[in-house]
Design a protein around this ligand. Structure first.
Ligand SMILES: [Zn+2]
Length: 191
């Protein structure tokens, strides 16, 4: 019963005399609208509503996964390089890694690979973008010198993102560290 009550609040079924067989569902202001033919029985309505709601959820979850994918990360890196580094930073690969707990990102200039810590997932986009720009800048300047920081600060939200990450690190109780195993350190890898 409880599930029915919840569903009643979020799903609105609209019967249409013009519809004969087609069923449509979409989200509107946080609610799910399902359009069904006027002739549907209560059982048909229930079956179709369940099916359409499940379908919408699957589609939304797939979209969420795509946003968090390595392909999306690579495309975003390319956009940021073009926007802030004159397109000069060209990585060979950019991917999420789950074993990187001490650093937000890392870059190996020798093979132009970039890795981002999975801990960044769910953080605001300007923070993820900052870490990408940081690692992209290492493709042009491996050390944390003045030249490097001038490259990073071409990204207008660098300072804000640094403040955000400092806050997260402070909140985790370790200065710059999070719980978990050490990273695999590869020679020539910078953070
Ligand atoms: Zn760095």
């Amino acid at each position: 019963m409880r599930a029915d009550v919840e569903r009643a609040g979020e799903v609105e079924v609209r019967r249409s005399a013009r519809r004969r067989r087609t069923v449509t569902a979409y989200r509107e202001h946080g609610r799910t609208i399902v359009l069904i033919p006027a002739a549907f029985t209560a059982a048909e309505e229930r079956r179709w509503v369940d099916q359409m709601v499940a379908k919408l959820q699957t589609r939304e979850e797939r979209r969420k996964r795509t946003l968090g994918s390595d392909d999306h990360l690579m495309a975003r890196a390319h956009e940021l390089s073009t926007a802030h580094l004159d397109g000069r930073a060209v990585p060979s690969s950019v991917r999420w890694v789950e074993n990187q707990n001490r650093r937000w990102g890392s870059c190996t200039p020798a093979d132009r690979t970039i890795r981002l810590s999975g801990r960044l997932r769910g953080m605001p986009p300007f923070v993820v973008d900052y870490v990408l720009v940081h690692e992209l800048a290492h493709l042009l300047e491996p050390s944390h010198n003045a030249h490097f920081w001038s490259l990073v600060h071409a990204y207008p939200q660098a300072e804000r993102a640094l403040g955000y990450l400092e806050g997260v690190e402070y909140g985790s109780g370790h200065a710059g560290l999070a719980d978990g195993p050490d990273d695999e350190l590869e020679p020539g890898t910078v953070d």
